[in-house]
Design a protein around this ligand. Structure first.
Ligand SMILES: [Zn+2]
Length: 123
């Protein structure tokens, strides 16, 4: 799934366009990673650069996205790390790391949604 430029927002909290989607301030600057598939984005307002994967499960993860998704699906079905290792051949350390990243990311998402709900209630 390719996310378009207008669906990204600036991640620099000091930027006037911080967290504003559709502000037309984000441009693709370059690509990086294996086969140059990951886009480096630039905010035209503040000039900051960030990966399209920043604040996602895939940030700084060397596993292909398909394998990450597969592991998370298996974890969701209640498979143990050892069993996932046997099924996929991916190291237990890599799976454990992904478990921690997923837990941290999930907590961030929950906090973000609660903040949105609080802001909606205040309005
Ligand atoms: Zn910015």
């Amino acid at each position: 799934m390719i996310i378009e430029e207008e669906d990204f927002c600036c991640l620099n909290e000091k930027c006037p366009d911080y967290n504003k989607k559709g502000a037309a301030n984000i441009k693709i600057h370059s690509t990086y990673g294996k086969h140059a598939r990951i886009r480096m984005l630039k905010c035209k307002t503040c000039g900051s650069f960030f990966s399209e994967r920043k604040n996602t499960l895939f940030y700084n993860c060397r596993l292909p996205e398909g394998q990450i998704t597969e592991i998370i699906n298996l974890l969701g079905r209640g498979y143990s790390i050892r069993k996932i290792h046997r099924l996929t051949g991916i190291s237990r350390n890599a799976i454990s790391r992904l478990v921690h990243i997923t837990a941290r990311y999930t907590n961030q998402c929950i906090e973000c949604h609660f903040k949105e709900i609080e802001n909606d209630i205040k309005i």
